[in-house]
Design a protein around this ligand. Structure first.
Ligand SMILES: *Cc1c(COP(=O)(O)O)cnc(C)c1O
Length: 333
């Protein structure tokens, strides 16, 4: 895969660590060796997966001479926080359009990411009702800024277009190089599947380097078939952008949807247990919306004997821990 043909900023400080999780593996008692790739430790205020995508999206914006970034997300969006963070670093204005997916969930004085939006100096926050056409809402903001003489650039939700997903194809390559250096054979990878750029990019990158490690996505909002179609479409388009011979196969896209619970961002008992198990055994902070539910899925399929004895399973930690502080009551109950 040749990433040099795309505009790219230099937001990474080298590969994120891959660490064993011996204590958690032991607690689960199934002779499955768990490993973790620490994308929660990526640079950008608060860390997390969007930095890999924004390396490419922000570079595209700068190449197009934009001076204002518009993006969207949920009220506790990590993507919005990291877009605000990199906009601050690049000296660009940042405007957020937040979707109130759970009615009444936006509070100006909320903690977590919401507090950080302000601290990172976002220029405006527009809150819209759940189910709104976010592209249209961002378009309105763009028109407003253009009329005021600015040059806005829209980054879609989660930076999950082919430009952003390219960052996760690069991650798969980085990871395979690390695994080779570590002489570590991983049998299976588990990733969160939300706006789909992470999952799609990982599958594209795995195909591009011929890595042949199966990847499972754990959904955080949608039903299995709906999410798999979204991931597949983005993966096909991203593979085309990266000129990957043969492209990705439909059967390489696999999602689990049993861990969503009542809906996006709504806590589940299994998520609470997963966050506590990771914290107590490995001193790793997950988040309530993405990595916590994905870890709940990982823990459940390990317990159910999904992986054969002695296998090595890698969990991609996509970050999000600042959102924990908006959910303290959930964990103290
Ligand atoms: C956005 C996000 C995800 C999901 O990644 P997608 O590329 O949107 O599927 C997972 N974890 C965290 C912490 C996130 O912020």
């Amino acid at each position: 895969m040749n990433f040099t043909k795309f505009p790219r900023r230099n937001y990474l400080q080298g590969p994120t660590p891959i660490e064993p999780m011996p204590a958690l593996s032991k607690v689960l008692g199934k002779d499955v060796n768990l490993y973790i790739k620490r994308d929660d430790l990526l640079p950008g205020a608060g860390g997390g997966n969007k930095t890999r995508k924004l390396e490419f999206c922000m570079a595209d914006a700068l190449e197009k001479k934009a001076n204002a970034i518009i993006t969207c997300g949920a009220v506790q969006s990590n993507h919005a926080r990291l877009t605000a963070s990199w906009s601050a670093k690049e000296g660009l204005d940042c405007h957020l359009v937040l979707e109130e997916r759970v009615k009444g969930s936006y509070k100006t004085d909320a903690s977590g990411n919401n507090f950080l939006f302000e601290l990172l100096g976002v220029k405006s926050i527009t809150v819209v009702a759940g189910g709104s056409d976010m592209m249209a809402e961002m378009g309105k903001k763009a028109d407003e800024l253009t009329a005021a003489g600015q040059k806005p650039y829209i980054i879609p939700g989660g930076a999950s277009n082919t430009i952003g997903a390219t960052g996760y194809a690069a991650c798969a390559e980085e990871m395979m190089t690390q695994l080779n250096d570590m002489r570590l054979k991983i049998n299976h990878i588990v990733v969160p599947s939300g706006s789909a750029g992470t999952h799609a990019g990982m599958v594209v990158g795995m195909t591009g380097v011929n890595g042949n490690i199966p990847i499972s996505g754990v959904n955080v909002s949608r039903a299995k078939n709906v999410q798999e179609d979204i991931v597949y479409k983005l993966a096909v388009d991203t593979a085309e952008r990266l000129d990957i011979k043969g492209g990705v196969k439909r059967e390489d896209i696999v999602c689990f949807d049993q861990y969503v619970g009542p809906g996006y961002s709504i806590p589940t008992d299994a998520m609470v247990e997963a966050v506590k198990l990771f914290a107590k055994n490995e001193a790793i902070l997950l988040d309530p919306v993405y990595s916590g539910k994905t870890a709940a899925g990982l823990i459940d399929i390990v317990r159910k004997g999904h992986f054969s004895k002695g296998s090595n399973v890698l969990f991609l930690h996509t970050g999000g821990s600042p959102a924990l502080y908006a959910y303290m009551d959930t964990f103290r109950q």
